[in-house]
Ligand binder design. Sequence first.
Ligand SMILES: [Zn+2]
Length: 180
Amino acid sequence: MPTDPSKPVLPKCVDARKLVQREQCLDGILPLDSLERLSSAVESVDGAISAELRFGRDLQGHLTVRGKVTGTVELLCQRCLYPVREQLEAPFCWGIVWSEAQGKSLPKDLDPVIQGGDALNLHQILEDEILLNLPIVAYHQEECVSKRRFHFGESGAEAGGQQENPFKVLEQLKGSSGKS
Ligand SMILES: [Zn+2]
């Protein structure tokens, strides 16, 4: 998916309290060089990671930011160890607070985000959200292993969607080297 050129790059740092006062909405993309942790956690980042944010207040007057981060990444399929594409959508609902202690008094539907001074590192927090929403393991939807492994003559006993230890799969692949 190509980067959507109509979307601006989101500012790296914002003053969330000011944006709440203005009831600002932001819709933009995260630059890849702000996504080092994500890049090292996945095989590749496919196109742009984009985010929508709405700053405002809830009925109790808490400062809130609601929105979502979306994007597509490639992970390693834990059955066949080939890349599998995963669409990610990470909705969030933040409550902007000054301190950890203040965060503890927020209602449960708000995730505390601490902005102690004038600026909040937006890129970092949005990356956190997408990292939290990465699947722990990824699999192809189709039967990738029966195509790639079972024709080596192994039994089909492990088929049927059972989760396997990735290292075991790796060993089996190594054991079958020279046949591909
Ligand atoms: Zn697979």
